[in-house]
Design a protein around this ligand. Sequence first.
Ligand code: Z5A
Length: 202
Amino acid sequence: MAGRFITLEGIDGAGKSSHSSFIADRIMARGFEVITTREPGGTALGEKLRSIVLNEKMHGDTETLLMFASRTEQLADVILPALANGVWVLCDRFTDSTFAYQCGGRGLSESRIATMETWVHGHLQPDLTLLFDAPLEVARERLNSGTNAPDKFEREQGEFFSDVRAAYLKRAAQFPHRIKLIDSARTLENIRTELGFLIDSL
Ligand code: Z5A
């Protein structure tokens, strides 16, 4: 039996990564093996690309191509083999991020990104995407409370993030069966009650 593919999405600071281990534990409690990974990254080459794309200034097309280059490696080396072996995959960000950040945030053409999506993984979509959504002020306050130095994306201004958030919400409206909108302004416990229900019903 093939594994299930779950992705986590949301604007920076919305709080998706905080739930990764809870979701993985819940999947294991159902008796399934699960791996957690992230994008960009997840392979040796992907992590090198991540360091470049999160820190270097570059053309929006270059940024998009590097996101898909990292994704191609990760699909070939990690995601597809795991799913074929019945292992569930929990991935922190995937192609919805490219539509949200490069299309919504940077203004790149949606059809160009859709073409690359078809090229790189036309045969595969997540079984479930959890879109963590919170008002920009909430997300920004959470980010500011962290100790890590902000990366290139986190240094963007408010308008960029409102465009990214709007693009995410558009995706959720386009794919309501796959993308579940999670109100991430709630407490961690409150959110986990809903996540547990969603994972158990998958
Ligand atoms: N990117 C792209 O542009 N295109 C693409 O195709 C892909 C990615 C795949 C990767 O960063 C960057 O790459 C990303 C988009 C771009 N932009 N940035 N930056 P990343 O994924 O490594 O970083 P991130 O998205 O900002 O993730 P993060 O740092 O892990 O943030 P988060 O997952 O949204 O939040 P968190 O770490 O779970 O929580 C942040 C803080 O809030 C933390 O202190 C928590 O304890 C706190 N928190 C979380 N939830 C709550 C609740 N419910 N209540 C109170 N406090 C909370």
